[in-house]
Write a protein that binds this ligand. Structure first.
Ligand code: TRP
Length: 345
């Protein structure tokens, strides 16, 4: 049985971009019943760039757990755990650090980008620069084979595999396992734009629809979406390309839903009408709103249940973490044996 591991940094509520880009896929993988699955709430990694705001990280651990459960990640099938509670991961990180050079860390393109974004150029916290090593510990501790992530995480997996090779070679034992990325099948959903159409949905840009938004919020947000600035009167011809409403419909709708919530038989037909002129923005936005509500209502309902039973959520996290620790501790034991620092055995 192959092992799958993914994780999210708990720095805020998860949004529709997370849903189509990864959460939905995790639920599908879990339902295939052929993987050993771990989902990690990466609070320790979140601290590497939020060390001065532990409250934010701490509070979002439960928020992210609620997001997971409300989209249908099933704790009977998936081990959900909290990274910082698995201290073996930190220990593994320490041994792996010997196998990476500073210049290799500085070359990681994702980290490079983040350093720029976060204004760390002048003075990079060592914890932040080395988080790919800690991520290697996350992956290898569970001997994960498949890592469902977005493109931005490819350098992490590449770096992890380099560490795995070095370790197995230097300590002359095939202890660690290489992993590969499981990229999303649907390229479209990887790049769900924010409401403003400028960039991907991102908390810091304030252009997100959150999985926990209520109907009213969703309505307001859909009504504020960027469409075509030259589509002023209903009869004006409109542009579909770069129109956020249509980009979302591309991802979330199908002909059945289009028929249910509009006067059209297909999205194609709706796009043609919009392009010709005669279809107003408010109309297409209402269609999208209704379709998003079909996605979000069941999620909200599940969330409500878990919010009212928050002790259950904590229990799920605790159990998942206990299981994760057992596995990680086994790997740590093998790692120490390979290095030969298992003195008392
Ligand atoms: N770096 C990932 C992110 O920012 C989170 C993460 C931490 C992760 N450890 C992981 C993802 C291990 C996959 C595997 O989204």
């Amino acid at each position: 049985m192959k092992t799958i591991l993914t994780g999210d940094r708990p720095t805020g509520h998860l949004h529709l971009g997370h849903y189509v880009g990864s959460l939905k896929n995790r639920v599908e993988l879990q339902n295939e019943d052929k993987y050993n699955m771990y989902v990690m709430i990466a609070d320790a990694q979140a601290l590497t760039d939020n060390f001065d705001n532990p409250k934010k990280v701490r509070e979002n651990v439960l928020n992210v757990a609620l997001d997971y459960l409300s989209v249908g990640i099933d704790p009977k099938k998936v081990n959900i755990f909290i990274q910082s509670e698995v201290s073996e991961l930190t220990e593994l990180t320490f041994y792996y650090m010997n196998l990476v050079t500073l210049s290799r860390l500085e070359r990681n393109p994702t980290v490079k980008n983040e350093i720029k974004q976060k204004g760390f150029e002048k003075s990079i916290p060592v914890g932040f620069l080395t988080y790919p090593v800690s991520q290697t510990a996350d992956i290898t501790a569970f001997k994960a084979n498949l890592i469902p992530v977005g493109n931005d995480q490819l350098p992490m997996i590449e770096q992890a595999n380099e560490i795995v090779s070095s370790f197995n070679r230097i300590y002359n034992k095939e202890v660690l396992v290489k992993s590969e990325a499981l990229l999303p099948k649907n390229e479209l959903s990887q790049r769900l734009p924010g409401l403003d159409g400028k960039a991907k949905m991102s908390k810091s840009l304030g252009n997100c629809i959150y999985l926990c938004d209520n109907s009213e919020d969703v309505y307001k947000k859909v009504m504020s979406m960027y469409t075509d600035p030259d589509h002023i009167k209903v009869d004006d011809p409109g542009k579909v390309d770069g129109n956020v409403v249509f980009m979302y419909l591309d991802v979330f709708s199908n002909d059945e839903l289009i028929k249910k919530y509009s006067d059209f038989n297909s999205l194609q037909e709706m796009k043609e009408k919009y392009t010709q002129g005669g279809l107003g923005d408010v109309v297409i936005k209402k269609v999208l709103y209704n379709i998003l509500e079909e996605v979000l209502s069941p999620i909200r309902e599940k969330r409500k249940y878990y919010e009212e039973n928050i002790d259950k959520v904590k229990e799920i996290l605790k159990e998942g973490t206990i299981n994760a620790r057992k596995v990680a501790s086994n790997t740590l034991k093998e790692v120490k044996e390979a290095i030969g620092i298992n003195y008392f055995e």
